[in-house]
Ligand binder design. Structure first.
Ligand code: F6R
Ligand code: ZN
Length: 184
């Protein structure tokens, strides 16, 4: 799948084995992420929901560097909720991030510290600025894999625990064939 989007990183050889982190999230690793628990239980637990390849040329936590990620979310739904990433705040809360969409259709769902939620449509070529203090996750709202890139500061860090505990204040469901953000 990934081969369909060709990305040539000039210094890949320097990074391989050192600064490249590949991760895959299967459904079984996403307990508590989706609203419909029955639909979650009925889903194939071994299916890969999303993959990330992260390029980290400096040590994580070091100030001044930039990390780059290549993410892919497979299409599908759990009940009527679209496949999506877990989502996180950055541990260093006021650090921002850019996402940009390469292929597919999706939604970047964001939530600020007051738990206001909104989303931006993602389609090939869209660029999204995620301000600091804003949690972010991506849903695939289409029928093909959604590819997007990300760039974030090397000292941002990831806080997944807050989202695991409190969740997002709204979720993206398919309603009448279209995405709709519904408050919890
Ligand atoms: C990095 C970033 C992305 C995500 C990736 C997977 O700060 O926002 O690279 O890490 O899209 O999503 P999560 O990390 O929420 O599982
Ligand atoms: Zn992030």
């Amino acid at each position: 799948m990934r081969a369909k989007v060709n990305i040539d990183i000039a210094n890949t050889e320097k990074l391989v084995g050192k600064g490249v982190k590949d991760s895959k999230k299967t459904m079984s690793q996403l307990i508590g992420v989706f609203k419909d628990e029955e639909a979650f239980k009925a889903a194939d637990q071994d299916q890969v929901v999303y993959e990330v390849q992260a390029y980290m040329p400096v040590e994580e936590g070091k100030k001044g560097g930039l990390f780059w990620g290549n993410s892919m979310v497979y299409p599908g739904k759990v009940g009527t909720e679209y496949h999506m990433t877990r989502g996180h705040f950055h541990s260093n809360l006021d650090t921002g991030e850019y996402y940009w969409c390469l292929k597919g259709e999706g939604a970047l769902i964001m939530m600020d510290l007051d738990r206001n939620c909104w989303y931006e449509e993602m389609k090939p070529g869209t660029l999204h600025y995620i301000p600091g203090n804003v949690s972010h996750r991506v849903a695939n709202t289409g029928y093909e894999p959604l590819f997007f890139n990300a760039c974030w500061p090397s000292d941002a860090g990831h806080d997944y625990a807050s989202i695991e505990k409190e969740g997002f204040a709204a979720r993206l469901f398919e309603v009448d064939g279209k995405p709709q953000l519904i408050k919890e």
